[in-house]
Write a protein that binds this ligand. Sequence first.
Ligand SMILES: NC(=O)c1ccc[n+]([C@@H]2O[C@H](COP(=O)([O-])OP(=O)(O)OC[C@H]3O[C@@H](n4cnc5c(N)ncnc54)[C@H](O)[C@@H]3O)[C@@H](O)[C@H]2O)c1
Length: 539
Amino acid sequence: MTGSSARPMFGLLEWLRPGEEERVERVLEDLKAVGATGLRTGISWADWHDVGGQEWYAWLLPRLACEVNVLPCFHYTPPTLGIAPQIWSPPRDPKQYADFLDVFITRFGEHFEWVELWNKPKNPLEWDITLDPNWLIFCKMVGGAAHWAQKRGKKTVLGASGPMDAQWVRLMCDRRVLQYIDAVGIHGFPGTFEFWWDGWTAKIARVRNVLLQHGSKAEIWITETGYSTWRHDEQAQIAAFNNVMAAPADRVYWYAAHDREPAETIDAVAADERELHFGLRRADGSEKLLMRLLRQGGLEAVDNSAWFTGFNGRSGRGCQKPVLITGGAGFVGCNLAHRLCSEGQPVLLYDNLSRAGVEENAAWLCATHGDLVQVQVADVRDAPSLGQAAQHSSAVFHLAAQVAVTSSLTGPISDFEINARGTLNLLEALRGMSSPVPVVFTSTNKVYGSLDDVALRLNGERYEPDDANTRDLGISENQPLDFYSPYGCSKGAADQYILDYARTFGLPAVVFRMSCIYGPHQFGTEDQGWVAHFLIQSM
Ligand SMILES: NC(=O)c1ccc[n+]([C@@H]2O[C@H](COP(=O)([O-])OP(=O)(O)OC[C@H]3O[C@@H](n4cnc5c(N)ncnc54)[C@H](O)[C@@H]3O)[C@@H](O)[C@H]2O)c1
């Protein structure tokens, strides 16, 4: 993108392995949904030599190429050809890498224009530098393959890695590898892996300087970047995306389409929680906020999201502390916030916007009540952020929750983490205050189970409680608890923690055990808010 202010071309990066046909289809669908026009993916020289490897690539390449612009990244030595029997070993004969590329271009070259030569050579799991201490084999291998690929009409990308790229690129220039290279790929994961970071512009400028000094006109691409939401900070993923899309690079490949389950990963990777949460979708298939914005409004929607992802920690209008409403963008929270603001009370909506559509509520509240409304896009599982928000509030309504019984059945752990642990995070923050502010918690009728002991009678076309008191006033608080469904358990646990913190630590707290509610600003679905869902569908 030398000299132009256009955005980089935006692609995704996913490593696709033999046998993953179904995942390939999901990735392609998501690529289209988010408007990505390219896909960078690995071509394993080792897999090629394995049973079924050639058939896999014969299926994969045409399948990908009819949907997107494919950047194949060639790496991994077949163990039988390595100095050591490992995929990260240099090959005994570096020329065999170029021979492999030659065969691949002959068979599938019509499906791609560029080839990337190796991946992360400075990562010992990708290239064993102890077997090639001066990068001599690497330079011979990649230089030779690049030269040959260009002769075969392909453009070449040098696969780089790590924040020290400029020095490494200099070495590649000095060794004359760069004369056969059309683009240099750089990597960076600011906020996740990079502990020292001075920005994409500075990082790219260093590499560009080296290229200029050596007379190279190679483009600079960001071939690997992304942000892991392992701390549930999805707004930071959006910020990282916005930053990289403003970088002076020709292309950006964003990692990844999907979060991974620990079982899908090799041990070293699974041990690092960060590795599992780079996706645009969570492991259960649900969309993260970045994906939702991209799908709904493309890059522009992500750009325009700064208003709700840029919380600045202000403590409300003037010196009046806001009322903190966790889940404040949701149905109940939005109506409550509107009521409070209408009485001149500032509010802080603390919401991760995980429920599709609720960003419209937040936008409406901001438009209606101006600076009485602050929005903090954050998660109740992020204890430090929640604690800070609580510290600056005058009272708390704790409404944020995983609200669907159905989702609690498929994902009971995340249901527990949000509803039970999230509530405990809040209570601990309140307990730490010298003068804890009051908290109101919205529990559920699910804590009473199926209420088999409440006798019913038929009245016309509806059933109603037999007992007149119950009919008029609802279920008594003396009704025994009987948590029903994982959602009932997690909300019930939170309900009991609130009551116990009131009893044990003297926190001023109230619990409401609510039933099915319907009203304005509700985004009802079959999973939750189904009365609203049915009414809206039938109108
Ligand atoms: N609506 C009902 O019929 C009903 C009935 C009984 C109890 N409740 C309870 O009332 C509360 C509000 O319900 P609602 O109908 O407004 O639901 P809602 O889904 O409209 O609102 C919940 C809000 O919490 C947010 N949220 C979800 N997970 C979060 C997390 N981890 N961190 C931060 N924010 C998160 C969502 O984005 C959403 O804006 C919930 O606690 C729910 O369990 C609701």
